[in-house]
Ligand binder design. Structure first.
Ligand SMILES: [Zn+2]
Length: 221
């Protein structure tokens, strides 16, 4: 995994469409660096960088980390990555059309040609019903669906319904996602490929393999 940064894969998908699972899969089978905005923010805080201190202050005061700070953190990390990592998977960024435009302009516009987008699409009502029936382990965070028929986690922890998984909360998250992210999908136009997130994890993985192959990206040997 040497040489220049060759590709940036942006993962898009509604809450619960399986972006996390796909990101894990990519990490296990391909030579990729995975950047999620959450992890990038946590790293900055842990390393005590200037940006990290700024983020810490914002979070401590209950504020939301704004676009400018997030853009700056992504650009810094992509800059540091060039030379160390040939494929970067971005997860949770860009979230808005404005961020997508900023990303295209990073490193004097040189990144733009490297960006390809994979959007996980999923039947909205099916997803809402799945999420609203989801249970989460209060100890380790593993999630279980109704099909699992479990009342305790394999770690021994109790299963609870997250407040976030109430149907009304899920609908609100969707509305917000569609409002912000649909413009991102249309912005990318033919740089974007849609993959169905509705199948089994194996089926989704297979579709993702096909798309990456079409981008000229091969699995780790
Ligand atoms: Zn557990």
């Amino acid at each position: 995994m040497t040489g220049k940064l060759a590709q940036i894969i942006v993962l898009l998908g509604a809450p619960g469409a399986g972006k996390g699972t796909v990101a894990q899969y990519l990490k296990s089978k391909y030579d990729v660096c995975h950047f999620s905005t959450g992890n990038l923010l946590r790293n900055e805080i842990q390393e005590g960088t200037n940006l990290g201190m700024k983020v810490k202050g914002i979070v401590a005061s209950g504020g939301l980390v704004g676009d400018d700070v997030i853009n700056e953190i992504v650009e810094k990390n992509l800059g540091e990555t060039v030379g160390g990592c040939s494929i970067v998977v971005l997860d949770g960024y860009p979230r808005t059309r404005r961020q997508a435009e900023v990303l295209d302009g990073m490193t004097s516009g040189k990144l733009k040609a490297l960006i390809r987008v994979v959007e996980l699409s999923i039947d909205r009502e099916a997803l809402i019903s799945r999420l609203s029936q989801r249970l989460v382990c209060s100890e380790c965070g593993n999630t279980y669906g109704p099909k699992d028929g479990k009342s305790t986690c394999s770690c021994g922890g109790g299963l609870i319904k997250r407040k976030d998984d109430e149907e009304s909360t899920i609908r609100e998250r969707f509305r917000k996602y569609e409002e912000e992210t649909l413009p991102v999908s249309s912005y990318y136009g033919d740089r974007l490929v849609k993959v169905s997130g509705s199948g089994t994890p194996d089926e989704v993985a297979q579709s993702v393999d096909g798309v990456l192959c079409s981008f000229g990206i091969e699995k780790r040997r």
